[in-house]
Design a protein around this ligand. Structure first.
Ligand code: FES
Length: 249
């Protein structure tokens, strides 16, 4: 343990005795977050081609056009999801490593010894994650309504290419939201005894189920991010006439 501490205590960033490709994970995270982040910023900036018939891009949901906000409404709409993701326990680890290299990986040197944790501004704001979760759950109501609309065409129920992408986007966002560590704590936290009452036993049962989801939180974080991006791409390409919608039913 003392050797590890000594290995990482050097002032040079990346000082380590590790011989594996420890840099691969932070580089992959930086690439994944960088590419999707840039695309979603560009899509939000466009303020166009976010609707095609009964399909609405999740980047512009709920569809609002406030007269007091001249820029793209997506910059308002994306505030709750952005707060939710930036304060997410998993993403915090991922982007601290990928973008701040503080530290870049376990047992690897850090660029600075001045890290004060999440006790000072701005990082103390990370503690509002539970409130961002409440907003994210509220946002899911709009997104599931979009799913309902995406399966209802002029002639009734149907399944199109856009329906599938919008469903996948909302489904994976729901898995991501309810696999949240804060949600797991809301469901089963602050209980001293899991078997002492009927309500405690019910909460324990729910806690076990959400723990199963929670174990895959990292996976849901990524597939939901890619699914939202893909749903916007499909709606955008349909709206621009670059591709044609395919009706399966
Ligand atoms: Fe990741 Fe709550 S911990 S969304």
């Amino acid at each position: 343990m003392a050797q590890v501490a000594e290995a990482v205590s050097g002032r040079d960033s990346r000082a380590t005795d590790r011989r594996d490709a420890w840099w691969l994970a932070p580089v992959a995270v930086a690439a994944g977050l960088g590419i999707t982040g840039l695309y979603l910023f560009w899509a939000a900036f466009q303020n166009a081609h976010f609707r095609f018939g009964n399909y609405l891009s999740p980047v512009y949901s709920p569809e609002i056009h406030p007269s007091w906000w001249p820029p793209s409404p997506a910059f308002l709409i994306l505030i709750p999801p952005l707060l939710f993701r930036t304060t997410c326990y998993y993403y915090r680890k991922a982007y601290y490593r990928a973008f701040f290299w503080d530290p870049p990986a376990c047992a690897v040197g850090e660029p600075s010894r001045k890290y004060t944790g999440e006790t000072k501004f701005p990082f103390i704001m990370q503690n509002m994650h539970r409130f961002a979760l409440y907003l994210a759950i509220f946002w899911l109501i709009f997104l599931w309504y979009d799913v309902y609309e995406a399966f209802h065409f002029e002639n009734g129920f149907g399944i199109g290419l856009g329906s599938i992408f919008i469903l996948l986007s909302t489904l994976t966002l729901t898995l991501y939201t309810f696999s949240c560590h804060s949600w797991r704590h809301i469901v089963g936290g602050k209980l001293d005894c899991f078997s002492c009452s009927a309500s405690a036993r019910a909460r324990h049962g729910l806690w076990q189920r959400f723990t199963g989801l929670n174990e895959r939180h990292q996976l849901y974080a990524w597939i939901s991010l890619f699914s939202v991006t893909a749903a916007d791409v499909v709606v955008r390409l349909l709206s621009m006439g670059v591709i044609q919608d395919v009706r399966f039913l």
